[in-house]
Design a protein around this ligand. Sequence first.
Ligand SMILES: CC(C)(COP(=O)(O)OP(=O)(O)OC[C@H]1O[C@@H](n2cnc3c(N)ncnc32)[C@H](O)[C@@H]1OP(=O)(O)O)[C@@H](O)C(=O)NCCC(=O)NCCS
Length: 84
Amino acid sequence: MENSIYLHPEWRQRGISSLLLCELINRAKALGHRTIIVGVSSEQTGSIKIHENFGFVKVGHLKGVGFKFSRWLDVVYLQLELKP
Ligand SMILES: CC(C)(COP(=O)(O)OP(=O)(O)OC[C@H]1O[C@@H](n2cnc3c(N)ncnc32)[C@H](O)[C@@H]1OP(=O)(O)O)[C@@H](O)C(=O)NCCC(=O)NCCS
């Protein structure tokens, strides 16, 4: 499965996304999912950090593949394996 979290700017840095991600991982395990994948702009250091906090590891870095706000961005892929 793939994960994305977007929190309203006024509610950031209060631990809300950490709570959501913890719950999401637990539900994914309970449903029998095998792995969670995240694709995020390499400039989104907050998003990379929160996923790394939960054990996600960087598995790929694609250069200049995302076009946003009139410029090309790198996309980082992170993965959490739920089953050994
Ligand atoms: C990334 C995002 C989801 C974080 O949400 P949040 O509720 O503020 O995160 P939390 O408060 O649970 O913090 C989780 C961790 O990330 C860190 N963090 C959060 N925002 C950060 C930022 N802008 N820069 C660096 N670290 C950041 C926190 O310090 C915390 O780490 P710590 O516990 O080791 O101190 C939120 O900023 C957001 O919606 N960003 C824009 C959308 C986006 O990029 N989505 C990703 C697509 S997958």
